[in-house]
Design a protein around this ligand. Structure first.
Ligand SMILES: [Zn+2]
Length: 80
């Protein structure tokens, strides 16, 4: 058997799903929450009670703070 080193099975990269974070309504584009550390273009994964950046591991809690622990200052939402 001859080893064929040069040929590799081509595997396509998964399609970027970044478009899902944009919603076009009329003339304006709505963007999902982006990471304050990484800047626009890096979106936060949104769970039911928190938002998380997969790039820098920034986590932002929304809604009720965690029941455990001492009273932490609430996360400012929609800071601008
Ligand atoms: Zn980030």
């Amino acid at each position: 058997m001859v080893k064929n080193k040069s040929k590799r099975k081509k595997i396509n990269k998964p399609t970027s799903k970044k478009y899902k974070f944009y919603t076009i309504s009329g003339d304006s584009v709505k963007r999902a929450r982006s990471c304050p550390r990484c800047g626009p273009g890096v979106f936060l994964m949104v769970a039911k009670d928190r938002a998380y950046c997969g790039k820098c591991h920034y986590t932002e809690f929304s809604g009720k703070p965690a029941p455990v622990l001492e009273k932490a200052k609430p996360v400012v939402k929609g800071k601008k």
